[in-house]
Design a protein around this ligand. Sequence first.
Ligand SMILES: NC(=O)c1ccc[n+]([C@@H]2O[C@H](COP(=O)([O-])OP(=O)(O)OC[C@H]3O[C@@H](n4cnc5c(N)ncnc54)[C@H](OP(=O)(O)O)[C@@H]3O)[C@@H](O)[C@H]2O)c1
Length: 334
Amino acid sequence: MRAIAITQPGDPDVLQPRIGPLPAAGPDDVLIRVAAAGVNGPDLAQRRGHYDPPPGASPLPGLEVAGVIAACGKTVSGWREGDRVMALTNGGGYAEYVAVPAGQVLPVPQNWSLAEAAALPETWFTVTQTLVMRAALAPGMTVLVHGGSGGIGGAAIQICAILGARAIAVVSSPEKAAYCRALGAVASIDRTREDLIERVMAITDGKGVDRVVDLIGGDMAATNIDLSARRGHIVQIATLGNASATISLRKMMAKELTLSGSTLRPQDAATKATIAARIRADLLPALNSPEWIKPHIERFPLDDAAGAHRLMETRGHRGKLVLVTAFGAAGDGT
Ligand SMILES: NC(=O)c1ccc[n+]([C@@H]2O[C@H](COP(=O)([O-])OP(=O)(O)OC[C@H]3O[C@@H](n4cnc5c(N)ncnc54)[C@H](OP(=O)(O)O)[C@@H]3O)[C@@H](O)[C@H]2O)c1
C-alpha cells in the first residue's frame, strides 16, 4: 500500500510517499481501507521529532481516518466488511489501509462525506475525554475556547453547543470570529485587539467562565486563572505558546479551581473505547441532523501531506485539513 513516512525528523518535506506492506490486523482490530485521513497538531509535533509514538503503535503519522471496513478480526462484533466508518487510530492514518482496535471505530454521520468524517475523531475524542468527561461539562456552563478556529477549538465549540453549554471563542481575525460563531460559539474575542479578561468579565456579568480549554500555556495560564469563575476548571490540552508557566496557587485556592491536563494518544484501548461510547451516545445523534454545520475542511492529496503541514504551520487555515487517498478521490464523494 501507499503511505506517508517521516523519513527523518524535520520540516514538512521529510513527509514522503512510500510503498509498504498492509498493516497486520489483530483479532480485536478492523482493517480500514482509508478514503481520507485528518491532519492534527500532534502530527506536526511527531514529524518534528517531539512526539514519539507510544510503544507498539505504528511509526507512520496519522491519528484519524474515515473509510470502508476491508476486514474484521475474529473477536470483532457490530461491524461488517463494507461499513462506512470513521476511527481514532493509534498512528498510521496517512496510508491507504490502517488497522484500528474496533472500540475506536464510529459510524459516519448521515449526509457526511468520508473526507468530512475523517476530520472528526482525534479532536472529538480529545475534547470528550477532557472537557466533557474529566471536567464534567454541564448545560448552562460558559466555556472559554482558545484557538477556537482550529481543530480542537472547533470541536470544543460544537460539543458545547450540543450539550447546552455556551462557548466563547478566542480568535485572531474577524473571519475566524465569524467561522466560530457559525459553528455555535455565543461570543468571540479577538486576542489581537481585545483584552481577554475584560471581555470575559463583560460577557459573563463579572462572574468569569466555568471552563477553559487552553492550547497556549505560558503566560496564558495566569490569565486563565484570572478569568475563571469560582470552582472553575481549566483543561490544558496543548502548550503552543510555552510549556512552562508561573501561576498564583493562592488565587487557585481562593477560587477553588481545578487545572487538569492529558494527552490522548498514550491512553489504552479500553479508555479510548469508553470515550468512543460516550461520543456515540451523547454527541453523534446531533450530527445526523441535516441542519448540522460541518466544520470547514480543506483537502490535499495523500502524497501532498507536506503541503498540508506547511499550511497548518502558517496558521492560515480554519477548521481541518484532510488527506484524500486515490480510493477516496475515486469513490464516495470525498
Ligand atoms: N492533549 C491532547 O491529547 C491533544 C490532542 C490533539 C491535539 N492536541 C494539541 O492541540 C493543539 C492544537 O491542535 P489543533 O489540531 O487544534 O491545531 P490547529 O488547528 O492549528 O489549531 C490551533 C489554533 O490555536 C491558535 N493559536 C493561538 N496561539 C497559537 C500559537 N502560539 N501557536 C499556534 N497556534 C496558536 C491558532 O489560531 P489563531 O492563531 O488564529 O488564534 C490555531 O488555529 C496542538 O498543539 C496539538 O498537538 C493535543
